[in-house]
Design a protein around this ligand. Structure first.
Ligand code: TNX
Length: 517
């Protein structure tokens, strides 16, 4: 006899214990943003309690990203995934993260993902690319991976190859923390939500008529008095510089750059209420808790104005690792045009003197802009963007009718404004950055930003309701470049995010236009 009974039994036990992988079709997976290219191979990898994550000896800096992945899957799976640095990770069974300096074509944020029955190999040229790739792995898991509570497995990932990189390098969202104040925990939640869709910029609108939300040590009354209230009154608040740095660090760990905005010369009532000497007439203004715009201005002809700005920008630049400081510049209706121009010119020099580049709402194109300044197009007045482009200034697209997340979905929406009309989920998706402004083409545009103004927004639940489900669409508009991009195809993928949103605890607007399943 070839085998005795115990050998046959052992063989049967072995056969039974090593399950064959479930066939899965990567091309049917529901990814937002849609990756640049994808090839399915019809099998799957199963992540079990024995699965480890491997990085290369000499690439220990990848351990933080590996740890992020291990921590991310821990609550739902109950797995305590180990992260190990080994000589030859590609020979291991498990999850492999690699920096590959030859993959220059992937740029800073591209990645390659190769999933077989034995291993999941994620490679990128830069750390940010690995982090974006993790978000793809995340969406390949069943939606219940997002749960904070233990869920049943199996945890299978469809096999195949994905090669992916963003079309645009700037993909951001803005949060207005002035009209209503949001604490550090809320901002971190906002960062986590935008990170899940591969966004890379958080623009914080830190000052406005109703409040001043960032500690400036040389001008303490800005926050003490100017930060004390918000729209409709009541107690508000501000970030100490340490808290701001905590936000910046949290964002950076997700490869997101914080761009702080100090809005000026208009939208400055909180500063004008805090320091009498900043006012043209030397009299401090009252705090303001309404929602009008365009009534306040710094005095462009007073020297103390520039001393003030130099102090503010200096302190902010020192705690902002990103290259840009946003100086607002919108709706300065109370500033004479010639004053506005000389003001913006001077502020641009101040920002540059502190080692930063200037960004502003496209209204700043009335001034003499340097070609490293960025203009954020928002208003229907396309001239603002065209004038910027004439000065070789690059554009961020935030057209209010399409990209403003505070604009109501429809007339029944209980939150938001409608000065720019209504923006249903299809309106938010069904446009392109390149064709929004006649005369502005792809070479002039560096990306998208979706602002959330918070006149009507008071809680993180309110934030989520206006942001979801529009935000994944903005992320895809700037990341993906599919010639066949269409709302009809996208809405199916979006509808399949339903259980993911639910496991993420997102209070989303269940638009009737989306086939939620
Ligand atoms: C216009 S957009 C503003 C904000 C308002 C917003 C409301 C822009 C640069 N300025 O001050 O909050 O509309 O949608």
């Amino acid at each position: 006899r070839l085998f005795n009974l115990s050998q046959v039994l052992l063989f049967a036990v072995l056969l039974f214990s090593c399950k064959t992988p479930t066939p899965k079709d990567l091309s049917k997976e529901n990814l937002i943003p849609k990756p640049a290219s994808l090839v399915a191979t019809g099998s799957s990898f199963e992540w079990t309690e024995k699965t480890n994550i491997y990085v290369s000896v000499g690439q220990e800096e990848l351990k933080a990203i590996a740890k992020y992945l291990a921590d991310f899957i821990a609550p739902a799976t109950g797995f305590n995934t180990e992260v190990n640095a080994v000589k030859n990770p590609n020979s291991k069974k498990g999850i492999v993260l690699l920096l590959n300096r030859e993959l220059t074509a992937l740029g800073d944020e591209g990645y390659q993902l190769n999933i077989t029955e034995k291993r999941v190999v994620l490679e990128a040229y830069q750390l940010a690319g690995l982090f974006r790739g993790l978000q793809t792995i995340r969406q390949l898991f069943p939606a219940r991976i997002e749960s904070k509570d233990l869920q049943a497995g199996p945890w299978e990932l469809a096999s195949g190859t994905i090669e992916d990189k963003p079309e645009y390098g700037y993909r951001g969202a803005m949060l207005d923390v002035v009209r209503h104040f949001f604490d550090v925990a809320d901002v971190k939640r906002f960062i986590d939500l935008i990170a899940a869709y591969k966004m890379n910029v958080l623009h914080l609108h830190l000052t406005d008529d109703q409040g001043w939300r960032i500690e400036i040590k040389a001008w303490p009354n800005l926050t003490k008095h100017g930060g004390s209230t918000q729209v409709d009154g009541g107690k508000a608040g501000f970030y100490t510089q340490a808290e701001y740095s905590e936000i910046v660090k949290y964002a950076l760990e997700r490869y997101i750059t914080v761009i702080p905005e100090i809005d000026m010369p208009g939208h400055t009532n909180a500063a004008l209420a805090s320091y009498a000497e900043l006012n043209a007439d030397g009299k401090a203004r009252d705090l303001y808790t309404g929602t009008d715009v365009g009534f306040s201005t710094l005095d462009a002809n007073k020297e103390i104005t520039y001393k003030f700005i130099d102090d503010v920008i200096g302190e902010l630049a020192a705690i902002t690792p990103g290259e840009y400081i946003h100086i607002g510049g919108d709706e300065s209706n109370a500033t004479k045009r010639k004053d506005y121009i000389s003001f913006v010119n001077r502020v641009q020099d101040i920002v540059n003197a502190h080692g930063k580049k200037m960004m502003g709402w496209a209204d700043i194109s009335a001034a003499n802009l340097k070609d490293n300044t960025i203009a954020q197009f928002w208003h229907t007045r396309t001239k603002t963007a065209l004038d910027a482009v004439k000065q070789n200034v690059k554009i961020i697209m935030s057209p209010a009718k399409r990209a403003y997340m505070d604009i109501q979905y429809d007339s029944l929406c209980h939150l938001g404004l409608h000065w720019a009309g209504y923006t249903e989920v299809d309106d938010a998706y069904d446009w392109t950055l390149e064709s929004n402004v006649k005369g502005i083409s792809k070479k002039d545009i560096i990306g998208i930003e979706a602002p959330l103004w918070t006149e009507t927004v008071e809680t993180i639940d309110d934030i989520e309701y206006l942001v979801f489900p529009r935000l994944p669409g903005y992320a895809e508009l700037a990341w993906s470049n599919h010639p066949d991009k269409s709302w009809v195809e996208y809405k199916i993928r979006l509808g399949k995010q339903k259980s993911r949103f639910e496991h993420m605890g997102i209070n989303y607007y269940p638009s009737a236009l989306v086939p939620w399943e």
